[in-house]
Write a protein that binds this ligand. Structure first.
Ligand SMILES: *[C@@H]1O[C@H](CO)[C@@H](O)[C@H](O)[C@H]1NC(C)=O
Ligand SMILES: *[C@@H]1O[C@H](CO)[C@@H](O)[C@H](O)[C@H]1NC(C)=O
Ligand SMILES: *[C@@H]1O[C@H](CO)[C@@H](O)[C@H](O)[C@H]1NC(C)=O
Ligand SMILES: *[C@@H]1O[C@H](CO)[C@@H](O)[C@H](O)[C@H]1NC(C)=O
Ligand SMILES: *[C@@H]1O[C@H](CO)[C@@H](O)[C@H](O)[C@H]1NC(C)=O
Length: 333
């Protein structure tokens, strides 16, 4: 879910109830956790790509020097994840991160029927087929746990659980900050048990409470919304912050500020296809959709049903409108 509208932050969050009695993890999970998980450091100067709609094809989508790739967990094959990792080398390892929606139901996913209807809340206005989930429900957690296992099985090194900000949106389920906070706390422990790093996406009021639980942060539009300072404590703790801007002027300001904030910013179209613009790159081809990789991705993307559903999702009016606004503004730049 690309963040486009301004979100109201509702209150601050109380402390999270950590630990408690848990079922013993499976032997495999124990082994995975014992082996540890990816712990990226801000000192590695990691650059990233955030590509959800265009199905991963490492032969086309690997970008020399870019080390962290956020791609769709369901749509990416284990072979593609392995091939992407193989593009890394000793000085520039490649880290594939598994995007899943953790806090919303997406009606086109293969496991969509495993979420009981009673756990579905309000529809997301900008994203057809997507509804908030009751993240406190055990059946929801079981389904999300399976998604995390899928990410591990496919060879990802981290998981990027999206939509963990139901408490900041009209969710129809009465989700509170405390509900979401305990959900992310649970998510982080599940990811670690599976041997995966985990990030917190958006939900800025929870950054302080969840700083110890996650290895990295993903943000949309912290420059556009003047919220990057929220991540100062993450930067101070050495944890990378991967920020995406959709508005060209915000992106330009972020680049002008250099690396002072410690936040890694790229420009993306709102549909999060394979087009990527980094600071300092010549040729602002991204918003026009004219980059060679974007054209290739579109041509190659007609195959699976997941790709089709993704395309339908990307054609949400808000996403298209935002992309057009971005294109116009970038052309002016
Ligand atoms: C990261 O960037 C800083 C500042 O430019 C530099 O001093 C450091 O050597 C870089 N680290 C790596 C691993 O590239
Ligand atoms: C490792 O890969 C990077 C691109 O990601 C490249 O710039 C660098 O030259 C490679 N190093 C070696 C030793 O091949
Ligand atoms: C959400 O799930 C929890 C835990 O099962 C339950 O107590 C709560 O009533 C549910 N909320 C709604 C709105 O169904
Ligand atoms: C551990 O997980 C791997 C990958 O999911 C699987 O292939 C293997 O069978 C599992 N081993 C055990 C003992 O469950
Ligand atoms: C630029 O970075 C500094 C250092 O983190 C920060 O204080 C300032 O607010 C940033 N300015 C903008 C426009 O992002």
């Amino acid at each position: 879910m690309a963040r486009i509208a301004l979100t109201l932050f509702v209150g601050l969050i109380a402390g999270v109830g950590v630990a408690g009695a848990e079922p013993a993890p499976a032997a495999n999970a124990t082994a995975a956790a014992a082996a540890g998980w990816w712990k990226p450091s801000i000192n590695q100067n990691l650059t990233f790509q955030y590509q959800l709609i265009t199905k991963l094809d490492p032969a086309r989508h690997f970008i020399p020097g870019v080390q962290v790739y956020f791609v769709d967990g369901f749509d990416s094959t284990p072979e593609a994840v392995a091939a992407l990792k193989a593009k890394g080398n000793a000085t520039h390892p490649v880290y594939p991160v598994c995007y899943i929606s953790a806090g919303t139901h997406e009606d086109w996913r293969p496991d969509a029927a495993t979420f009981p209807p009673a756990t579905l809340g309000t529809a997301l206005p900008d994203w057809p087929g997507e509804r908030w989930l009751n993240v406190s429900d055990p059946a929801v957690r079981t389904a999300i746990s399976k998604r995390i296992a899928m990410c591990a099985d496919k060879g990802f090194v981290g998981v990027d659980p999206d939509n963990v900000d139901g408490n900041l949106n009209a969710n129809g389920l009465g989700l509170t900050g405390g509900d979401v906070l305990s959900f992310v706390d649970w998510l982080a422990r599940e990811a670690h048990k599976a041997g995966l790093a985990v990030g917190l996406k958006n939900n800025l009021p929870m950054v302080p409470a969840l700083l110890p639980n996650v290895e990295f942060f993903v943000n949309e539009q912290c420059h556009a919304y003047n919220e990057c300072k929220t991540y100062d404590l993450a930067v101070a703790a050495g944890k990378p912050v991967f920020n995406i801007e959709y508005d060209p002027s915000a992106f330009k300001a972020a680049c002008a500020n250099g690396t002072a904030s410690g936040i890694d910013t790229i420009f993306k179209k709102a549909n999060l296809d394979d087009c990527r613009q980094a600071c300092g790159e010549a040729g602002l081809t991204c918003p026009s959709g004219a980059s060679p990789s974007a054209a290739g991705g579109a041509a190659g993307g007609g195959g699976g049903s997941a790709g089709g559903a993704g395309a339908a999702r990307a054609s949400g009016a808000a996403a298209v409108a935002a992309a057009l606004v971005a294109a116009a503004a970038m052309a002016a730049w």
